[in-house]
Design a binder for this molecule. Structure first.
Ligand SMILES: Cc1cc2nc3c(=O)[nH]c(=O)nc-3n(C[C@H](O)[C@H](O)[C@H](O)COP(=O)(O)O)c2cc1C
Length: 492
């Protein structure tokens, strides 16, 4: 029987075939063969078989160009996948998998085991992923740059494909002697594996034990399928699921994913405000918007409808949030208030305390021998206090306190004065490197006490804060306060 090109089928047919194949423990290609073998076919051949089974694809009808399939939808837009490639013959399928994932809008950050590099090169993987390929636990550059702990945290889903017998054994036993296994052990992200191995390895009592352990640990599986092994004439269960089956599993995971903030609307402010002096000069601060934007994105990933009000920043807009650009504190206040009511407000922006009383209409000029101008300042509206005491006050109000001294005392005073539930206090003195930097060390102050978080990336602060907000908002009766933060996703 000639080969069957599944990708030429239309999406609905592909989905039906995928479900049948998964139910029967077969690859999609195999399932198609089984279906075809049940049909009464003319002896003439397979072209007709294919057309009997499914409507012909545009390419078969001669309508398409190039590959003949319409580009898939952005079903994985904004999803951050960490792809661990193990050392099996099926590693070659990862090249196609990466392509499929990226064309659906996912970002793919690859890690390759040492053995994987015997099968495909980091060069090909990196070129398709358009990202650096991580291979070494002890790489000084990678460790300084990203680090294995951050790699493990900055993913919405970790996918191991192919997951070798060896990789599964290490995972089941908590070994961490290379980058892939260290990341898998350090992660709080959900994990999906696509096992691929010889049928005897799959059926070995050791692998059976490891499979059971991994399933108990909440690891998700896609495949393996039955069929002939690529490297031998042996047949049985052990073939890695096809790239499109893995993609479908990933899509299904995100569809049913953990979205504890679905249905909640959250206002976030971010960046600095700029207060004009004259048409060319202004007063601003060093806020980059990195922390506020990361929080907006993290809340959106948990399903919230996020309205981000941002001062001028030079970083990209976060995925999945609606954005209002403002410049001054007064504009930010009106934008925020126009967005009420909301379930929560997270006020991260570094709002200027003062503005020049009246902006000069023309550029201020130096005059020979003249005195420098005196800027008369007036106080800006306090946006956090405005929201904290507003008639339409959100159920949860979170403020940020950027301080250079007496961090805790100032944060506690702010909590009271501004009517906030939590103040996230961070030290922004020059030596801390927080303003404009990528890391942050924060303390969460509430009426119930103070929670100290260790130094971490701003992304990680954002994810943990989003989880904490989700916990505070989820049970209708819950009162916002300090409670243990869980960044673990349910994996069942
Ligand atoms: C040609 C060849 C093909 C292999 N294919 C597989 C395979 O499909 N699945 C598997 O579990 N191991 C396979 N192995 C063995 C693994 O490469 C070996 O167990 C290795 O230590 C796995 O390392 P890793 O888990 O760190 O990637 C193969 C080895 C060779 C030489």
């Amino acid at each position: 029987m000639a080969s069957i090109t599944i990708r030429n089928l239309d999406d609905a047919a592909k989905e039906r075939l995928r479900q049948r194949a998964a139910r029967n423990g077969r690859s999609m290609e195999e399932e198609a063969r089984v279906l075809l073998s049940h049909l009464e076919l003319p002896a003439s051949g397979e072209k007709e078989e294919t057309s009997t089974l499914m409507p012909p694809s545009p390419r078969l009808r001669g309508e398409g160009k190039g590959e003949g399939h319409s580009p898939p939808g952005q079903t994985l837009a904004g999803k951050r996948l960490l792809l661990i490639i193990g050392g099996g013959i099926a590693a070659y399928k990862c090249l196609d998998l990466i392509r499929r994932l990226r064309e659906r809008g996912a970002s793919v950050r690859p890690i390759m085991t040492k053995a994987a590099q015997e099968f495909v090169t980091p060069l090909s993987v990196g070129a398709l992923a358009a990202d650096h390929v991580f291979t070494d636990l002890f790489s000084r550059e990678d460790e300084q740059d990203v680090g294995h702990i951050r790699l493990s945290r900055e993913a919405d889903l970790i996918v191991a494909a192919p997951a070798t017998a060896d990789l599964m054994a290490k995972m089941a036993n908590g070994l961490a002697d290379d980058l892939a296994t260290a990341v898998l052990l350090a992660t709080t992200a959900p994990v999906l594996i696509a096992p691929a191995m010889n049928p005897l390895m799959w059926d070995h009592p050791a692998t059976r034990r490891n499979r059971a352990t991994l399933a108990r640990d909440g690891i998700r599986f896609v495949g393996p399928n039955g069929g002939e092994m690529a490297e031998s004439r042996e047949a049985g269960i052990g073939r890695m699921a096809e790239p499109l089956e893995i993609v479908a599993s990933i899509e299904a995971f995100f569809k049913s994913a953990y979205l504890p903030l679905a249905g909640k609307t959250i206002i976030v402010t971010s960046g600095p405000t700029v207060e004009p002096i004259d048409p060319v000069r202004y007063i601003a601060n060093r806020s980059s918007g990195k922390q506020g934007h990361a929080i907006a994105a993290a809340l959106a990933r948990l399903g919230a409808t996020v309205r981000l009000v941002s001062g001028p920043v030079s970083i990209p807009d976060p995925e999945g949030v609606s954005l209002i650009h403002v410049e001054t504190a007064q504009q930010m206040k009106s934008a925020v208030e126009s967005l009420l009511p909301a379930d929560a407000a997270v006020m991260v922006a570094a709002v200027a305390d003062w503005r020049v009383e009246s902006e000069w209409a023309q550029k201020l000029k130096k005059s020979p021998g003249g005195a420098p101008p005196t800027l008369r300042m007036v106080e800006n509206p306090d946006i956090l206090a405005g929201v904290g005491h507003h008639a339409k006050r959100p159920r949860l109000v979170v403020g940020f306190a950027a301080e250079t001294q007496d961090l805790l005392a100032n944060a506690k005073r702010k909590l009271e004065r501004k009517g906030a539930d939590w103040i996230v206090a961070n030290d922004v003195s020059h030596t801390s490197g927080v303003m404009g930097g990528d890391r942050n060390t924060v303390r969460i102050v509430s009426k119930r006490g103070v929670e100290d978080w260790p130094d971490m990336s701003k992304e990680e602060v954002a994810s943990r804060l989003a989880e904490k907000i989700a916990e505070a908002l989820s049970p209708p009766s819950a009162l916002p306060g300090i409670s243990p933060v869980s960044s673990r996703h349910p994996r069942a």
